[in-house]
Design a protein around this ligand. Structure first.
Ligand SMILES: [Zn+2]
Length: 233
């Protein structure tokens, strides 16, 4: 994997931070665009119909998209004429990544994934590589706003949430839903690990943090924390 393939805004080093100063100023308002797409999720020999959320964060000129669910055209419609500077994958279940290489080619945007999900990715894409690794604590920048990667293993080993402090928003993938933790009944999942991830990494965020999930409605950190108390917390 080369430097050129990773998101140029990734600020892992001081050199890259210097590059950031040369970025164009924000074009218009920072905003989140939302859509849905329907398709299938397959694992352990079972296939289910699922509806996934599509989330796009950016301004009038640049954006990132979280996951690549089911429908390349639906994602492109949300992005419009804007430049997509990265596809940030929350995890490698096939309902989130099956069309990721196709979307990456269509948008000319790098595909970024936590390498702890390599075995899950391989189930769908074999030895086809993604473009860059996401690690816990990585900070990506789009439209002058930071996106912090938080490793939250459990639903899958490489499951990652993305926090946007400026907006008080968390993109949680399948780690935290309205109603509790994501599913852990299938291969590569672990209930005690997801509980620890949520307890240590998500429930420590401000309670008013809005959670945009991989499937279904939004929730907040506070609502899920209170619901968990006396249950599994
Ligand atoms: Zn999943």
């Amino acid at each position: 994997m080369t430097e050129e393939q990773t998101m140029p805004e990734q600020t892992a080093t001081e050199d890259q931070a210097d590059d950031q100063a040369e970025q164009a100023p924000r074009a218009g308002e920072l905003r989140i665009d939302h859509g849905t797409a329907t398709g299938t999720f397959s694992l352990d020999g079972e296939t289910h119909e699922v509806e996934n959320n599509i989330w796009v964060l950016g301004d009038d000129e640049r954006c990132v998209v979280f996951d690549a669910p089911h429908d390349v055209e639906a994602v492109r419609a949300l992005i419009g004429e804007r430049e997509c500077i990265g596809i940030l994958l929350t995890h490698a279940h096939d309902d989130h990544v099956r069309f990721a290489p196709e979307l990456s080619a269509a948008l000319e945007a790098p595909l970024l994934l936590n390498a702890a999900d390599a075995d899950v990715w391989e189930l769908t894409h074999g030895d086809l590589p993604w473009d860059g690794d996401i690690e816990d604590g990585d900070v990506f920048t789009v439209a002058e706003t930071d996106i912090e990667a938080i490793a939250t293993p459990g639903h899958s080993p490489g499951s990652t949430c993305f926090l946007v402090p400026e907006l008080g928003v968390l993109f949680s993938g399948d780690t935290l839903f309205q109603g509790g933790p994501g599913a852990t009944g299938r291969s590569f999942s672990d209930r005690s690990v997801i509980e620890e991830s949520i307890r240590e990494r998500l429930f420590t965020l401000p309670e008013e943090t809005i959670v945009h999930t991989g499937h279904g409605p939004d929730t907040t950190i506070g609502a899920e924390k209170h619901a968990a108390q006396g249950d599994w917390l």
